[in-house]
Design a binder for this molecule. Structure first.
Ligand SMILES: [Zn+2]
Length: 146
């Protein structure tokens, strides 16, 4: 059984509360109960199916009919485009920040490596110089057997 009902609801297109209409497809429970009793319970299956298939249609605004005017559609599309452009910009800025911090990290890392190499070079040179001096000093005081 279909009944057309009405209720006050907020319309997002009209931006105010307006009268909405909707259809209610419901079943007549008294009729189904009588039929179930008459058929000795056989009608119960059909009654259950009728309950499961009952539904309401979506309420429609009686002022605008739920149809968005073209200028509103265009404005919404522009809003969405602006939102997308903004998120693209934010993403690009985030990527830039990440690459800058990586650059900073790598600069620091290479500076440490550079310092380490210089220190190693000086240490090895110092050690070689010490060995060289020791050998020369030994050469002066010790008579090596020929
Ligand atoms: Zn409306």
């Amino acid at each position: 059984m279909t009944t057309t009902l009405q209720k006050m609801d907020y319309c997002r297109i009209c931006c105010k509360h307006t009268l909405h209409i909707y259809d209610e497809h419901s079943c007549n429970h008294i009729l189904h109960l009588l039929l179930t009793l008459v058929t000795g319970g056989l009608w119960l299956l059909i009654w259950i199916l009728a309950i499961l298939s009952s539904y309401n249609t979506k309420p429609v605004c009686t002022s605008c009919g739920g149809v968005m005017p073209p200028e509103m559609i265009k404005r919404l599309q522009l809003d969405r485009e602006a939102e997308r452009a903004l998120s693209r910009t934010k993403w690009a800025l985030r990527m830039k920040r990440i690459s800058e911090s990586w650059q900073h990290f790598l600069d620091g890392f290479f500076q440490v490596v550079d310092t380490l190499i210089h220190w190693l070079e000086r240490t090895v040179n110092g050690f070689l110089h010490l060995v060289d001096s020791s050998v020369r000093w030994l050469d002066r005081i010790v008579k090596w057997p020929v």
